[in-house]
Write a protein that binds this ligand. Structure first.
Ligand code: ATP
Ligand code: ATP
Ligand code: MG
Ligand code: MG
Length: 267
């Protein structure tokens, strides 16, 4: 940029560099998707294609940035875990948040239009996402973070499944809401079973558990990051890029083996 007398205004800018040596989670969430899903007439409680669109968009982001080791998504949100030593954009918070949010928005639009050639996105109802970054000091909290999101997915899905099946039985949305007020999980399971003839356990795993994308190495060896030359770092990045991205809909709250068999997530 050429120097000018106006250059000084740049000094007003403030940049937050996310704490080094901590796990970064970036979460994006669709803006006003309650309305968005009504407008595009999503299947309720779960529109499978809309979930595919989210998963494809997140997968694409993960392919693009090898620093993302795993991602978890449900509904209109996705959380991306960046490795502890990540130096992407010097860990600049604004750069990362705005970038992830805009990538999600544009990829969402792209994949939506691929799945729905006859129902493309129209200008007055476009998908937009916000983004935030959170840093976590140790892996225990990272695991709790993902447990928190998966529990949230479960609670929302059980509620929505019961709600929409009551509506299908002929209750008005207000009546269904009233019926569910003050109920706990076992009550909802019972309503579904007795009144709607649905065994919640048989619902699709993607609805109950959400989607996990995780970078899986074939022959993983622990790598010491400190003191590596830039060439060695590049080689490591190449290995990360090569690792296959697995897609699954499984319990990650109680399954220690799932985490223990992927030691690179902690690195
Ligand atoms: P960063 O990701 O750091 O923003 P950048 O490549 O986007 O990197 P900018 O400083 O934002 O860098 O500069 C934008 C660049 O995009 C310009 O240097 C110019 O080369 C190019 N560019 C943008 N708009 C136009 C345009 N309308 N016509 C030709 N070139 C353009
Ligand atoms: P905000 O802008 O505050 O995020 P929001 O309307 O997006 O508001 P959320 O709490 O993010 O509210 O909830 C997202 C809503 O989007 C859900 O309540 C649900 O109605 C809808 N939704 C998202 N994905 C799907 C899907 N695959 N199938 C059906 N409905 C969905
Ligand atoms: Mg939302
Ligand atoms: Mg949401």
């Amino acid at each position: 940029m050429a120097n000018s007398k106006y250059e000084y205004v740049k000094s007003f800018e403030r940049e937050n560099h996310l704490l080094p040596d901590t796990y970064i989670v970036i979460r994006v969430d669709g803006k006003g998707f309650h309305k968005f899903s009504k407008f595009y007439e999503f299947d309720k409680p779960n529109d499978e294609i809309a979930l595919e669109v989210m998963n494809d968009a997140a997968h694409k982001i993960m392919e693009k940035y090898s620093d993302i080791l795993m991602a978890y998504g449900d509904s209109d949100e996705y959380s991306f875990l960046l490795r502890r030593k990540c130096e992407l954009y010097e860990r600049r918070e604004m750069k990362l948040c705005t970038l992830f949010a805009s990538l999600m928005s544009t990829y969402y639009m792209f994949y939506w239009n691929q799945y729905h050639p006859n129902r493309p996105i129209v200008w007055n109802m476009i998908p937009t996402f916000d983004g935030r970054a959170i840093v976590y000091p140790n892996f225990e909290v990272v695991r709790d973070y993902f447990s928190w999101r998966q529990v949230d997915c479960h609670i929302n899905n059980l509620y929505n499944t019961t709600f929409w099946n009551l509506v299908k039985l002929g209750l008005t949305p207000q009546e269904a809401e009233q019926r569910l007020m003050g109920t706990v999980s076992s009550d909802k399971n019972e309503i579904l079973f007795k009144e709607c003839n649905i065994n919640y356990n048989n619902e699709s795993e993607i609805f109950k558990k959400g989607t996990i994308l995780v970078r899986d190495y074939e022959n993983y060896r622990v790598q010491q990051e400190d003191g590596l030359s830039s060439r060695q770092k590049q080689r490591q990045e190449k290995i990360r890029k090569k690792a296959e991205i697995s897609i699954m809909h499984v319990d990650i709250i109680n399954d220690d083996t799932w985490w223990d068999s992927r030691p690179w997530l902690k690195e």
